[in-house]
Design a protein around this ligand. Structure first.
Ligand code: PLP
Length: 402
């Protein structure tokens, strides 16, 4: 079928045929290279969103495209009735990197979180505890029925009754609210080390330590959802390494395979052992294509020093934006870890993002006027400077109009 390849024509098709759930920006993207992408009409953009923290090694990285093409020519898929070399290679690496013992491969972040919830509940059931999981306000854990309930945000739940039970929500970083809920009905506690959708909010180190101690004391599981902050995004493979915390279960997805759909649940041995034969499964999860892509991403992160790059570039961006605050009072706060940065504005962040797009930079506005910057970890220095100047220019322009 021949389709008209203009931005506008593709949007007409979107309006007509796609489920009306996404509010799209008025462009259609066709290709990418490094930290840049191009729309179908040839306009160039710096990608400071990276597919929402997915393209951690940039677009069209040679090592990744080679790995995908090579694996596609060998074996794209088999079922989980069989192990494959890429799957075993990847799970070995993930256990070594995380210090956790077992892995289940999934297809997405939400599926990884579902897996984590199931493992936690099964472990709780075997230990005579109920299955309720404590989760945080301002969290985001996905869009399936259980993960919207875990997230608990009203706007995501409206119209989807009956809401899956078994989640209790507390204020992020408020230990008293957690302690008040602990009894035999609680299976575990789940949180993001850095809340992404919630506005790039960092967990407090003492709070995390306290949660670990509570979980140890009551035989509950500590689940860290690293779907967004994991795999190098914060300057460490796992964001929890910044806190010297050891979770019982960790979820990964977004950045893990550089854009090939993937998810992973990692668990400590004693918790993982709660799962019996046939308790969980997936058709696509852990297929050789996705696993091979993930291996390539991990190798690139290590070989190209992208953890240090994330730390250094992130520190530079934060420093520049903090310095700019003297001239731009609209910037209320700059926060984040590594290359997961939130810029809290006093003006409408969505309008700023739209203006940045017009100036050739992709970014995103999240919770309460926060601009989220999650570019590839290897974003080129000149692209960083352009991103910063476009962000400040856009703030100035929107402010002038307000
Ligand atoms: N968990 C976290 C922390 C996320 O940021 C996301 C997605 O943004 C998810 C889970 C859900 O991942 P997915 O969209 O791949 O299902």
């Amino acid at each position: 079928m021949d389709i008209d390849m203009t931005n506008e024509a593709l949007h007409v098709l979107d309006q007509k045929h796609y489920l009306p759930t996404f509010k799209r920006y008025p462009i259609a993207l066709e290709r990418g290279s490094g930290s840049k992408v191009w729309d179908v009409e040839g306009k160039e953009y710096i990608d400071a969103l990276a597919g929402i923290a997915v393209s951690n090694i940039g677009h069209s990285h040679q090592a990744l495209t080679f790995a995908i093409a090579d694996q596609a020519s060998k074996l794209i898929h088999t079922s989980n009735f069989y192990v494959t070399p890429p799957q075993m290679d990847l799970v070995t690496r993930l256990t070594e990197l995380s210090g956790l013992d077992r892995v289940f491969m999934a297809n997405s972040g939400a599926e990884a979180v579902e897996g984590a919830i199931k493992i936690a509940r099964k472990y709780a059931a075997k230990n005579g505890r109920g299955g309720t999981i404590i989760t945080m306000k301002n969290a985001f854990h996905g869009r399936t029925l259980a993960t919207i309930a875990a997230t608990g945000k009203e706007g995501m739940l409206n119209g989807f009754d009956p809401i899956t039970p078994g989640f209790a929500h507390v204020e992020f970083n408020n230990i008293d609210q957690v302690e008040a809920l602990i009894d035999d009905s609680i299976a575990g506690i789940m949180l993001e080390v850095v809340q992404g959708e919630g506005g790039v909010n960092l967990v407090d180190a003492d709070y995390l330590r306290h949660l670990r101690a509570l979980c140890d004391q009551h035989k509950m599981v500590l689940i860290l959802d690293e779907v967004q902050c994991g795999l190098g995004r914060t300057g460490k493979m796992f964001a929890y390494e910044h806190y010297h915390a050891k979770p019982d279960i960790v979820t990964l997805a977004k950045g893990l395979a550089g854009g090939v759909p993937i998810g992973a649940v990692l668990a400590r041995e004693h918790v993982a052992q709660a799962i019996d034969w046939g308790d969980h499964g997936t058709t696509f999860g852990g297929n050789p294509l996705a696993c091979r892509a993930a291996i390539a991403v991990i190798e690139v992160i290590n070989q190209e020093g992208l953890l240090d790059a994330a730390m250094n570039t992130g520190a530079h961006i934060k420093e520049q934006l903090n310095q700019a605050r003297a001239q731009y009072p609209e910037i209320l706060e700059v926060r984040g870890l590594g290359l997961m940065i939130g810029v809290q504005l006093s003006i409408d962040a969505k309008e700023v993002v739209n203006r940045m797009l017009e100036h050739g930079v992709l970014s995103n506005a999240t919770a309460n006027n926060v601009i989220r910057l999650v570019p590839p970890l290897n974003i080129a220095p000149e692209d960083v400077e352009r991103l910063l100047s476009v962000l400040l220019l856009s703030i100035k322009e929107i402010s002038a109009h307000g």
